[in-house]
Design a protein around this ligand. Structure first.
Ligand code: A2P
Length: 287
């Protein structure tokens, strides 16, 4: 099988993160083991899981089965809201490490801000300490809006290295992306193809894979609609983590580093944005 490893980007603390990864929600058990194993053999080097997905043990098994060395794989996991709070976050990390059967994570994220708990700053203080202890190489957040991140920075002085957001051409998050960029925060895109359970129907845009703007660009480049969407993420400096449990689609999704979208294609794709109101609202979302 050809080696199609993605290029890497540097987080502000110097840790390198691959420009594309495998999302693992909602795969479980043998499906997750097999997808992770296949993906790593193909050249994926970033695997994204979370305590809430209840698949960390399967992901760990897939990594070991692949034969790819632990130090070559970038593992991300996330602390769910029951892990919010200083002590709770420490317990949550130990749980994830034990499920994954590893002694460190490459990236640990606060999964949701859950402002109604008002504990994400305490969680963040524990994350900073765990990173300084060497249990996590980089720390970040997921689904955080500007005002949540500003609180973390104001109260702890430590900026997240990553903010993972629901993001694709129909939910382009342009203001939040710009805020992240201004603060040196790398943006990751969950549900990058717009096919997740939270992506209902995007007004006039509809299903992205059959949207005519996208299928036309795909035909012009001799690529699939999914590849065009993933290339849009990559050219914007985002890190998409598409999920697939199908080997053909796993390969297709990784194979986006040998073509380029021109400025018109990029702006036509960005024009599909339905605005912030189409995104899951993390101020009220209940995990
Ligand atoms: P499957 O696992 O059968 O490939 P997202 O990561 O944006 O949430 O999208 C995940 C969904 O998109 C899954 O249902 C996955 O199904 C499907 N999918 C992943 N890659 C592709 C692709 N290249 N073409 C079409 N569907 C895809």
């Amino acid at each position: 099988m050809p080696d199609m490893r993605a290029p890497k980007q540097k987080l502000y603390n110097g840790v390198e993160i691959p420009q594309i990864g495998l999302g693992t929600w909602p795969m479980k058990d043998s499906e997750a083991v097999s997808a992770v194993e296949q993906a790593l053999r193909m050249g994926y080097r970033l695997i994204d899981t979370a305590s809430a997905y209840q698949n960390e043990a399967a992901v760990g098994k897939g990594i070991r089965n692949s034969g790819v060395g632990r130090d070559e794989v970038f593992i991300t996991s996330k602390a769910r809201s029951v892990g919010h709070g200083f002590k709770e976050a420490k317990t949550a990390l130990e749980g994830s490490l034990s499920e994954l059967e590893t002694d460190y994570l490459d990236l640990y994220l606060i999964h949701w801000p859950k402002p109604m708990l008002d504990k994400y700053v305490d969680t963040w203080r524990a994350f900073i300490e765990m990173m300084n202890e060497g249990k996590i190489r980089a720390i970040g957040v997921s689904n955080f809006k500007q005002h949540h991140i500003e609180r973390l920075i104001d109260e702890t002085g430590v900026t997240p290295m990553v903010n993972q957001l629901q993001l694709h051409p129909a939910i382009a998050r342009s203001e939040l992306r710009e805020f992240n960029e201004q603060h040196g925060i790398v943006t990751e895109s969950w549900s990058p193809l717009g096919l997740g359970a939270n992506d209902v129907v995007f007004g006039s845009v509809g299903d992205l894979l059959t949207n005519p703007v996208i299928t036309e660009i795909a035909a012009e480049h001799g690529r699939s609609p999914a590849q065009v969407i993933l290339r849009w993420h990559v050219q914007l400096g985002l890190i998409p983590i598409p999920k697939s449990s199908n080997s053909r689609r796993l390969e297709e999704n990784l194979n986006v580093f040998d073509f380029e979208l021109n400025a018109k294609a990029m702006s036509d794709l960005s024009a599909l944005d339905q605005g912030e109101a189409a995104a899951v609202d993390s101020d009220i979302h209940d995990e």
